[in-house]
Design a protein around this ligand. Structure first.
Ligand SMILES: [Zn+2]
Length: 100
């Protein structure tokens, strides 16, 4: 779980998830009110997490003859799983970092 770099308190999954899906630049820590940012390392990881679901989709399309509704459902489940998983790995920083 992400930890606030200002007060050292851990964020709940819900707080981290809200921050992640809004994709805004900073979010106030629910404990101390200091603005926190996702580290550039963590942001790079988040793009890496979308690769396995994509690969699974590509391969399932190659090896199994999935119908379109099944395929869309599989895609939705995989991306939802990635979204749910990501806040556990999120890291915070008090300073906004450039992505690269
Ligand atoms: Zn804090």
């Amino acid at each position: 779980m992400p930890t606030c770099q200002n007060c050292g308190q851990q964020w709940s999954w819900k707080n981290a998830f809200q921050k992640y899906i809004k994709l805004n630049k900073g979010m106030e820590c629910p404990h101390c009110g200091e603005i926190q940012y996702v580290t550039s390392k963590s942001r790079k990881q988040s793009s890496a997490y979308s690769i396995p679901p994509l690969l699974i989709l590509i391969f399932s399309n190659l090896f199994f003859d999935l119908s379109i509704p099944v395929y869309i459902m599989l895609a939705a489940v995989l991306f939802a799983a990635t979204l749910v998983f990501y806040p556990f790995k999120m890291e915070l920083t008090s300073k906004d970092e450039p992505l690269w």
